[in-house]
Design a protein around this ligand. Structure first.
Ligand SMILES: [Fe+2]
Length: 158
């Protein structure tokens, strides 16, 4: 469900700075058409963030689509499966004390992380409990979590 990423080096402060300077819009649920004022997205990421995304594409040999998300303090994204995205590499730019929750076969588990591959086709939820949750997400549409994990493991063995 989750696999730590350590194959690239990066300056998190610089990504956070670009995230703070970015222009956001409310996330619109493609199914209901409803927009969420507490769940903001930016698909036009900064130049350094783009560079990191490019390096990730190269490492995994797959197209990754970079975005920032901000979940406002005291809000939550309830249980869901991502639409269209098979897996994603997420970097938490704010506090990593608020975990992601997974639910599989009725069993819930929580995981704190700062830079990890996430299986977004397993039901999951997040809540911004401590503070607003800022996220840099590299969405992957073309390979499964298992395949991406395999590729990461191969890189880590090198
Ligand atoms: Fe999600």
């Amino acid at each position: 469900m989750i696999h730590e990423v350590s194959c690239i080096e990066y300056d998190k402060e610089l990504i956070l700075q670009e995230c703070d300077e970015a222009v956001f819009e409310p996330y619109v649920d493609p199914k209901s058409g409803k927009s969420a004022h507490f769940w903001m997205i930016c698909r036009d990421v900064g130049p350094y963030t783009k560079e990191i995304n490019k390096r990730m594409c190269k490492s995994l040999d797959v197209q990754c689509h970079p975005r920032y998300y901000v979940l406002k303090d005291q809000f939550e994204v309830p249980w869901h499966y991502d639409r269209g995205t098979m897996c994603a590499i997420n970097m938490i730019l704010s506090t990593d004390r608020d975990p992601i929750w997974f639910r599989r076969d009725g069993i819930e588990s929580s995981h704190s992380y700062s830079f990890s591959l996430i299986d977004v086709q397993t039901e999951h939820r997040v809540a911004a409990v401590t503070e607003s949750r800022k996220l840099f997400k590299m969405s992957i549409f073309d390979i499964t979590f298992e395949e991406a994990q395999k590729r990461l493991q191969m890189l880590q063995e090198e």
